[in-house]
Design a protein around this ligand. Structure first.
Ligand SMILES: CC(C)(COP(=O)(O)OP(=O)(O)OC[C@H]1O[C@@H](n2cnc3c(N)ncnc32)[C@H](O)[C@@H]1OP(=O)(O)O)[C@@H](O)C(=O)NCCC(=O)NCCS
Length: 172
């Protein structure tokens, strides 16, 4: 992935780039700014604080089996992370992976989730992952809407309030 600057619907400049280990503190800060609902939608667990150990694991990827893209505000000093998308290849099947994304509450509905999703799907495809799975809370309309709009849904099953979606990147 090539680092690039883009603009959201409100005109704000945002950098999209691969995550690096030095982003661990930025991830902790981002997590601390998320509403409890957003944390729950992303992690299916109540908000707490993100530990250093977990942040380091999230920030340290091998850019092949595990990849994460961060969105960083272009005009903030020091720079601030406002969104993250990641994929992880399945251990059992090289062409299968799982994706997850989150956008900081006050930056939602500005097109960033769409940008991050498109980027992470392109990156996964570039690394041979043809099918992706996303676990989404069944009442999470924004994410369900986003996936339906931007991807080819292969199948979806719902169990215990969690919808498991298998999807492909749309051709073209
Ligand atoms: C899902 C999420 C990533 C979307 O990010 P975003 O930056 O708001 O996405 P976009 O601005 O690109 O919007 C994508 C679509 O979702 C719709 N949408 C976004 N928020 C919405 C809301 N609260 N209610 C209804 N639709 C919504 C938008 O209208 C848009 O559709 P459109 O292009 O037809 O208008 C964000 O809401 C989020 O971080 N949620 C919490 C974490 C999460 O749910 N992760 C998914 C589990 S892995």
């Amino acid at each position: 992935m090539i680092e690039r600057m883009t603009h959201l619907k409100n005109g704000a400049a945002v950098w999209l780039r691969p995550i690096r280990p030095e982003d661990a503190p930025g991830l902790i800060d981002l997590y601390g700014r998320l509403s409890s609902e957003t944390v729950y939608q992303r992690f299916f667990a109540p908000a707490g604080s993100l530990s250093w150990a977990r942040a380091y694991v999230f920030a340290t990827v091998d850019y092949d089996d595990r990849f994460a893209i961060v969105a960083e505000r272009g005009d903030a000093e020091p720079p601030r992370l406002i969104g993250v998308a990641r994929y992880e290849r399945a251990q059992t099947a090289a062409a299968l992976g799982e994706i997850a994304l989150v956008v900081e509450d006050r930056w939602q509905r500005l097109g960033l989730g769409t940008l991050l999703l498109d980027e992470i799907l392109a990156e996964a495809a570039a690394h041979g992952i043809r099918e992706l799975r996303a676990d989404v809370l069944s009442h999470n309309r924004p994410m369900l809407h986003l996936l339906a709009q931007r991807t080819e849904i292969i199948r979806r099953t719902t169990d215990n309030g969690i919808t498991e979606i298998h999807l492909r990147r749309r051709a073209g």
